[in-house]
Design a protein around this ligand. Structure first.
Ligand code: SF4
Length: 331
């Protein structure tokens, strides 16, 4: 077998022998080695994941507590009121529906459950109802809880922490440089500010991005380093599913090799996070879902996503058994 190119050997020595993080230049050199060295890159990313995080894999399921009619204009999103996508729109699910979804999640062997609302920021009324739902789910299940509610205030973040929510998701989505091409109704700095608010309230930060939206490889790597500065615990990686009615409806799908390369690059920059493959993985990775888990990832969003259907959670659990990757419990 051909020996890996120098940048990969250097990255291996840094991450596995010296146990240090890579510099941006070192990662750019890795990115430069070319897709023909993809197997060596994926192998390294997987070994880095095992060395820094261990064998376990985290599974998370989402419930879309409020769908559609979001006032923001994110070009990739089917839930923006500014795009005609025909997505189902509802104000807020009932507590019974949310508890039923939580119970079903727990019964499938999934430990994490995230309340997601399509909003710029939650209204007081919606937030009150959400706290009720969180209380009900905590009484009825042992699930580990997360929320993704937009640009929350400090008081709201503290209230979520006190209500027993462990983790808050707020993605940067893309690099600072590319962000104005994706959204004009709020700024990248607004997102960073929210990420800092939730951390200072005691919540763990889940913060990632979306790929295949027109960004360059260097901008992907910029995002990985920008995320690293925020020290997230979890990093979800979403891949664009071009949705009819959005400005990105004609965007070509990211190729599978580029998606795997992205997962691996993120692992090299963020060696110790839960790196979770999320929305769009079915479409982009196709029958190479297992390769995604062997490219440095150690987390999956299972079941359905916010506006697109996923494959059944049982198929993912079976796949992880075949890969001998044990599923982590709550906490
Ligand atoms: S990504 Fe979030 S903030 Fe942007 S339009 Fe969609 S739901 Fe709204």
């Amino acid at each position: 077998m051909q020996s890996p190119p120098d940048p990969l050997l250097l990255a291996e020595a840094a991450l596995l022998s010296e146990r240090r993080r890579l510099t941006r230049d070192e990662v750019l050199a890795v990115a430069d080695v070319g897709i023909e060295h993809l197997p060596a890159l994926l192998d390294l990313a997987h070994r880095v994941r095992l060395a820094w995080c261990g064998e376990k894999v985290e599974l998370e399921s989402l419930v879309n507590v409020k769908s559609g009619a979001c006032p923001e204009d994110c070009t990739f999103c089917g839930q923006s009121a500014r795009h005609r996508t025909g997505v189902e729109t509802y104000a807020m699910l009932d507590v019974e529906e949310i508890v039923a979804a939580a119970r079903a999640t727990e019964a499938q062997g999934v430990a994490q459950f995230c309340f997601v609302a399509a909003e710029r920021l939650p209204s007081d009324r919606m937030f009150e109802r959400l706290l009720e739902c969180i209380g009900a789910v905590r009484r009825e299940t042992d699930l580990d809880l997360g929320c993704s509610l937009g640009l929350v205030s400090e008081d709201q973040a503290r209230a979520l922490h006190e209500a027993g929510v462990r983790c808050f998701n707020h993605n940067l989505e893309t690099s600072r440089e590319f962000f104005p091409r994706l959204c004009t109704t709020h700024s990248w700095d607004d997102r960073v500010a929210t990420a800092k608010i939730v951390k200072s309230a005691g919540l763990e930060l889940c913060c990632g991005g979306i790929f295949g939206v027109g960004e360059t490889l260097a901008q992907r790597i910029d995002l990985a380093f920008e995320l690293a500065e925020l020290e997230p615990v979890e990093v979800p990686l979403n891949f664009l599913t071009p949705r009819p009615g959005t400005p990105l409806e004609d965007q070509p799908l990211l190729g599978v090799e580029e998606a795997l390369q992205t997962i691996a690059h993120f692992r090299l920059v963020l060696p110790d996070v839960w790196l979770r493959i999320a929305g769009g993985r079915e479409l982009v990775l196709g029958d190479r879902q297992a390769d995604g888990m062997l490219a440095g990832a150690n987390g999956l969003i299972v079941g359905n996503y916010l506006t697109t259907l996923g494959r059944p959670a049982a198929e993912d659990i079976e796949m992880l058994e075949a890969l001998q990757m044990p599923v982590a419990g709550p906490g």
